[in-house]
Design a protein around this ligand. Structure first.
Ligand SMILES: [Zn+2]
Length: 423
């Protein structure tokens, strides 16, 4: 199975928005841009909501059938490990092997030695096509990278072989993710990690490093944008170089996790993709649930009262809800409106505080982040919440499609194909 050049991670908390998400990709297709939809959902999300991956598969299949999408589409077992991969095998054809917890675990001396022996030919000055500067590589540096990363890559190998023996090697796409680590990987680290991935026989088609800066859930990038732009370009160049050096799959590309709403870096990303004629996978699924809340709020009055109830409960259960997301949210509690204040709002006001329009005077980044992690509250409302999603399907769908197409696909992929008829 070969993943297309551009692919987009969708999938949503409650498995309700398959069609409006796919509609955004259909709009892109109408503009001549081929983007493969990938429905992704992690074990963590399924656990919190009480869904299974078969629900995600059904959501994808139903949307594809309803809109007669005759292009490739995939279902991604996101952030899986050996302990939970089995429940994803039947329903997935894309697997994101998460080995972040193994990074930094000491590797075997013999493995480190043979790795250094094999790759010490890169010591000295290393020049990579497309990067102006050169890198000084020492044997100590390769040793340190091997020591820190080989255990993680070997673990990825175990997961890969487990899936491969169950599904057959040609029947799925493999991503290796290291994004949920404390430290970002430098382009040089990534180069040697890709060497180890090739040695392990993992035909990775996407790799998700941790980039510098903060990729908080559902809000814009926080960090040095020029620094990010430089690092991202170097990563793209390293991937292309590693493909040639190590015989990795030709279409290997970067995958950006927590990629939704990182508006300030979409420009630099698009520029790098264009410069290197590179592909991209980006995962955005989490914020579709916020579009559901926006749609409900605009469908006053009973939709609005559900949205307000979610906020009210989220406020009183903040620690519990934020717990699993501690490293990827920054909420200033002082700046959250009180439940009494929110209760006075009309639907337009609720939507404008939540919607990610940074130029809007009402937009509140803290309110948005808290609601982003509050989907558990909605899950607990059960049928009452899902009935509201059904009842206000049309207005929600409009928001979901517009968010993905206008705020994500357009700025990221616009102008990437020369024959592109974008207006
Ligand atoms: Zn991730």
């Amino acid at each position: 199975m070969i993943l297309g050049k551009y692919s987009f991670g969708i999938g949503d908390r409650f498995c309700h928005q398959g069609k409006p998400q796919l509609a955004a990709l259909i709009k892109a297709k109408e503009q001549g841009l081929d983007i493969t939809p990938v429905w992704n959902k992690s074990h963590r999300e399924h656990n919190i909501i009480g869904t299974s991956h078969a629900d995600t598969r059904k959501e994808a299949d139903d949307a594809v059938a309803a809109y007669e999408w005759n292009r490739p589409y995939l279902v991604d077992a996101d952030h899986i490990g050996l302990n939970n991969v089995d429940e994803f095998i039947a329903s997935s054809d894309f697997f994101t092997l998460d080995v972040a917890d193994y990074i930094g675990k000491k590797a075997e001396e013999t493995d480190i030695k043979s790795f250094v022996q094999k790759y010490k030919k890169y010591t000295g000055t290393l020049a990579i096509d497309g990067i102006d500067k050169t890198f000084d590589i020492s044997e100590e540096q390769i040793t340190a990278i091997a020591d820190k990363s080989l255990t993680a890559v070997k673990q990825a190998g175990k997961i890969y072989r487990h899936i491969s023996s169950a599904k057959g090697a040609d029947n799925f796409i493999t991503e290796v993710s290291m994004d949920e680590t404390a430290q970002p990987q430098t382009p040089v680290e990534m180069f040697f990690i890709l060497a180890a991935i090739a040695d392990e026989g993992i035909p990775a088609q996407t790799i998700a490093p941790k980039f510098t800066g903060r990729f908080n859930k559902g809000v814009d990038y926080v960090g040095d944008i020029r620094g990010f732009a430089k690092e991202f370009e170097e990563d793209v160049a390293v991937v292309a170089f590693a493909v040639k050096e190590f015989g990795l799959p030709e279409n290997l590309k970067l995958s950006i996790h927590s990629g939704s709403d990182k508006f300030s870096i979409y420009g630099p990303i698009a520029k790098a993709l264009k410069k290197f004629d590179a592909g991209l996978h980006i995962k955005t699924a989490g914020t579709t649930w916020l579009e559901e809340l926006i749609g409900l709020a605009m469908a006053a009055p009973d939709g609005l009262s559900i949205a307000k109830e979610v906020y009210d409960k989220a406020l009183s259960r903040m620690d519990e809800l934020c717990g699993p997301y501690q490293t990827v949210i920054d909420i200033d509690r002082e700046k959250l409106p009180t439940a009494q204040e929110v209760d006075k709002w009309d639907g337009e006001r609720f939507a404008s505080v939540l919607r990610h329009e940074q130029s809007c005077e009402h937009y509140n980044i803290n309110f948005r982040q808290l609601l982003h992690v509050a989907y558990k509250v909605a899950a607990e409302m059960g049928i009452r919440f899902s009935n509201a999603l059904d009842k206000y399907e049309d207005i929600i769908a409009e928001n979901v499609t517009e968010n993905i197409y206008e705020r994500h696909i357009r700025p990221l992929f616009i102008g990437l194909q020369s024959e592109f008829g974008y207006k």
